[in-house]
Design a binder for this molecule. Structure first.
Ligand SMILES: NC(=O)c1ccc[n+]([C@@H]2O[C@H](COP(=O)([O-])OP(=O)(O)OC[C@H]3O[C@@H](n4cnc5c(N)ncnc54)[C@H](OP(=O)(O)O)[C@@H]3O)[C@@H](O)[C@H]2O)c1
Length: 305
């Protein structure tokens, strides 16, 4: 809940200016909360006409129209996925400029896909990433590129992101839901309130010298898709669709969807919640989905064009 995140967070110091590259679903939410905490925030989209676009940034165009926006920037957050050639879409054009700025904190939103398949076991930041999917191999390359800059970087590894307007509840409403049963398969998740809340918490700790390089942002309860769907169906007062075994459902999955089902892991949040003392707003999908139900109507289409 936006108000909850704002109430529990320490305001940004005066003159904080945050640039968010990739003002999509997560970027816009972080922006909204950071603004409520007193920071000046500018979000990029590839098209200035898109909702929530404060400036245009498209890595293919190789420049941002006015470099004036870089003046006085204290924090940078990148929410843009890797380019097909594995390069980072922000660093390729602005890496040098960042080095000349007095940045206090840089956050790179990565994915837990970099861990590869863990056969359903818990995995933490101390485990060596073993990405198998091409997109995760590219992601790890981008993490490395950000680390190599020497900027005050934190890499935030995210599992499935959900929130109002993008959750299992919406999949029911769009009738795009499939109930697939694969024994032992679980997925980890994180609600966008906790992405924003954790980032603000980490920025504060970074300023106090607590600065681990890599942090998983995940809730406490990895769960199967069927459990989540069943809970969402109850919230909506609807029925779970017919359950299909994975062996059959997989024949009609896109290669992208299939790739998610071929990896199984539980993401540990101990560094975030124990070492860094972050308290989750939505510790599990039940709390998160209840929040989505409350907010979906008003936020569903807010930034979806
Ligand atoms: N969705 C998930 O479940 C999930 C899970 C783990 C990690 N992640 C990663 O976490 C980050 C945020 O996720 P999200 O779901 O909030 O993403 P999103 O809504 O898809 O937003 C991605 C943003 O990146 C921008 N973008 C994409 N390619 C670009 C390019 N070549 N040049 C400039 N901008 C570009 C998009 O621009 P436009 O606004 O113009 O479209 C958009 O603002 C992403 O890196 C994503 O891969 C996502």
């Amino acid at each position: 809940m936006l108000d909850d995140v704002v109430k529990r967070s320490i305001p940004f110091p005066k003159d904080s200016k945050i640039l968010i590259f990739g003002g999509g679903f997560t970027g816009q939410h972080i922006a909204e909360i950071a603004r409520s905490l007193g920071a000046e925030v500018l979000c990029s989209r590839r098209n200035l006409e898109s909702k929530g676009a404060d400036f245009e940034y498209d890595s293919n165009k190789k420049f941002i129209k006015s470099k004036k926006i870089l003046n006085g920037v204290t924090h940078v957050i990148s929410c843009i996925p890797p380019l097909p050639n594995g390069e980072d879409p922000v660093l390729i054009n602005l890496g040098k400029e960042f080095l000349e700025m007095s940045l206090k904190w840089v956050g790179y939103l990565s994915t837990t896909g970099v861990y590869g398949d863990c056969q359903g076991n818990w995995v933490s930041e101390n485990d060596t990433p073993r990405p198998k999917q091409l997109r995760s191999i590219r992601r790890l390359a981008c993490e490395q590129a950000w680390e190599d800059t020497g900027l005050p970087i934190q890499i935030l590894r995210l599992p499935g992101i959900y929130g109002p307007g993008r959750s299992t509840l919406d999949a029911y409403k769009k009738k795009s839901i499939k109930a697939v049963d694969k024994a032992g398969q679980v997925f980890s998740r994180i609600h966008i309130d906790d992405i924003a809340g954790a980032i603000i918490h980490l920025i504060n700790l970074y300023a106090q010298g607590k600065c681990p390089k890599i942090i998983n942002l995940a809730d406490n309860l990895p769960a199967s898709n069927l459990e989540v769907m069943e809970y969402a169906a109850n919230l909506l007062g609807t029925e779970l669709p017919l359950i299909e075994p994975f062996e059959i459902a997989s024949q009609e999955m896109s290669p992208m969807a299939l790739s998610f089902w071929l990896e199984n892991r539980k993401i540990s949040n101990k560094i975030l919640c124990k070492s860094m003392g972050y308290s989750l707003i939505h510790p599990d999908y039940k709390s998160g989905l209840k929040d989505c139900l409350l907010k979906t109507t008003e936020q569903k289409t807010k930034y979806s064009n």
